[in-house]
Design a protein around this ligand. Structure first.
Ligand SMILES: O=C(O)[C@@H](CO)OP(=O)(O)O
Length: 228
């Protein structure tokens, strides 16, 4: 079972008021750097086999906060880049909320292609494909961290939950929050969602459930003894 730690980057000065998208040169703010340092401290006790990042500065800086103290490289994968918001890039959220397309982004995101930009379905497809490929490449015992963006993370979580993309606005990915997904052969398990607390990872299920009757891919019927 490969374990993916999905981290959203820390705050920037644009996060919230403006849709930064792929605008170059958007760096972590002071608060964002503190969040990145806190993220690194939270995962300090966890072995990481790789630290992967979107190519955008805010993610690279967050990923470096995790990787540098371990003497690890940050591996860039363009498939974790922010959605291509096209003509919406760099515009204030308040202004975008007046656009007719805003309602569609809220209610029917699978139908949305941003003007001169990417579709949300296309974003989900390339991001999920990247996760699956990293899972294969690193192997079933691996634990790795990917630093990416809010909508990208939400789309990966929706896939892991078997949730149609039209429901992905129900998921939250806050700055520097961690989402943890463990990919077993028969299903992914979402272990943490938008988590800002102290991090513990579950032990092997065999150690807690006796292991005779269930495989690593089976859900514990009734809920089981807990994953951490
Ligand atoms: O919420 C936002 O403003 C967007 C900007 O692109 O997402 P993120 O900050 O995760 O890149």
């Amino acid at each position: 079972m490969t374990t993916l730690l999905l981290a959203r980057h820390g705050l920037t000065d644009l996060t919230g008021p403006v849709l930064a998208g792929r605008t170059p040169g958007v760096h972590l703010s002071e608060a964002g750097r503190a969040q990145a340092a806190a993220l690194a401290a939270r995962v300090a006790g966890v072995r990481l086999d790789a630290v992967v990042s979107s190519p955008l500065e805010r993610c690279r800086e967050t990923a470096h906060a995790v990787a540098d103290g371990r003497g690890m490289d940050v591996l860039i994968d363009d498939r974790f880049i922010e959605c291509g918001y096209g003509g919406w890039t760099g515009r204030p959220l308040k202004e975008l909320a007046e656009e007719p397309l805003w309602r569609v982004v809220q209610a029917h995101p699978s139908a949305v292609t941003f003007p001169e930009g990417e579709s949300l379905a296309g974003m989900q497809h390339r991001a999920v494909a990247a996760v699956r490929e990293w899972n294969q490449r690193l192997g079933e015992k691996a634990v790795y961290l990917v630093c990416s963006h809010g909508d990208v993370i939400k789309s990966i979580v929706a896939d892991a939950l078997g949730l149609h993309l039209d429901h992905f606005q129900r998921i939250t990915a806050d700055p520097a929050a961690l989402t943890i997904i463990r990919y077993a052969p028969l299903r992914p398990f979402v272990l943490r969602l938008n988590d800002m607390g102290e991090l513990r990872l579950p032990e092997d299920s065999e150690e807690k459930d006796g292991g005779e009757n269930i495989t690593g891919s089976d859900a514990a019927v009734g809920g089981g003894p807990g994953t951490t």
